[in-house]
Design a protein around this ligand. Sequence first.
Ligand SMILES: Cc1cc2nc3c(=O)[nH]c(=O)nc-3n(C[C@H](O)[C@H](O)[C@H](O)COP(=O)(O)O)c2cc1C
Length: 442
Amino acid sequence: MTKKTVKLGVFLAGTGHHVASWRHPHANPTANMSIDYFKGLAQTAEKGLFDLLFLADSLSVAKDSHPNILTRFEPMTLLSYLASATSHIGLVSTASTTYEEPFSVARRFASLDHLTAGRAGWNVVTTSLASTAANFNRPEHLEHGLRYKRANEFVEVTKKLWDSWEDDTLIINKETGQFIDESKFHEINHQGEFFTVKGPLNVSRSPQGHPVIIQAGSSGDGQLLAAKHAEIVFTAQENKEDAMAFYEELKSQLSVFQRTKSSLSIMPGLFPIVGQTEGEAKEKYEALQDLIIPEVGLAIMGRYFGDVDFSTIPLDTPFADISLPDHVDGIQSKYDLIVKRAIHEDMTLRQTYQWVAGSRGHHIAIGTPTQIADKIEDWVKGHAADGFNIMPALLPDSLTDFVERVVPELQSKGIFRTEYESSTLRGNLGLDKPINQYSQGN
Ligand SMILES: Cc1cc2nc3c(=O)[nH]c(=O)nc-3n(C[C@H](O)[C@H](O)[C@H](O)COP(=O)(O)O)c2cc1C
């Protein structure tokens, strides 16, 4: 029986995902605005035969925002550059369904798909940061449920626009002067609750038909959107049991939309800290943890609780003794995850913010290359994941370590590619090209 292969993405972010990475002696805090830096990271990830690299995005910052997001390239601008510096790795970025328009998003990702000869992917987010409204001429931020309702219609309209050109719309007959087959060039005339869009799109059908759709919300609404539209789901799962439960819960919803379980890959975030020995790996992790400024760590955690101010609470207070809001309108899944572990493991406030600020609730794997490869194999075999979104704690070091030391372990287990199978992201993920909803007979 052929072994299930692991899908790998890398989530690139400034000097690395650890909150204190920019203070590490190996980090270059200004690298976040250097294209050569990102070119180097992208080429390292491609050398590691990763399926994709991912650039997150947000649309509002404040003085206490993390250095990785305070100043950074607009992701599509950077991906357009990285398109010329790479040849096989998928290029994925975020675009918001709450603060963008479908026509602009459809156009940008179709353009990137042409630019990369079929390697584009869109991470569909509803933007959880309420402060964003003030940057977009909006009186208020849409509430959680409404954001997801708008997101569903947004994705539907975007797909219609991508389908407004069929594969063979372009005729380009200089003799007859016919450039397109008008019968295969479609106005979408969408009339919905949130959008009225006439179309067609002004970008011809891209190599993948549709860039790959990614989604990263884990709440009930988030899962429904993913079950309907997503081909990859990014998620934060702190342990294997939670990841298996999430995996089962989400995959069981696919049949509602006549989708197979293999049409969606679930890729939890993984925070690998690699060392020659387990001891060396632990030292690397502790070196980063020691760099966390308590106020910064507490503020990051406070945001997951709807801006609760933890700074006045003694750090040795048991987390279970702290009174918290009973729900949040922002990232609901992260709230549940933090409370569950902190109370289950009798953590103090100090231990909780140090854990949360370090990995933001994603799974941390500290160990030798073999130990980390064993863990990856165990989660994939155990239906807790189809792959991982690698979140290097310190860049470029943690990515280089993973590519040079863990990837060979995964290859020798026979669970990871030794060369790219295809030149498109869909091809490497084993995904079919979507059928065009306007093609005759559809
Ligand atoms: C790996 C990962 C990447 C994400 N990237 C972004 C991003 O780029 N921009 C953003 O606004 N939210 C991002 N999010 C947040 C999600 O889009 C979503 O808002 C969050 O998970 C809350 O969803 P929920 O309320 O459905 O749980 C990301 C989440 C995860 C797990």
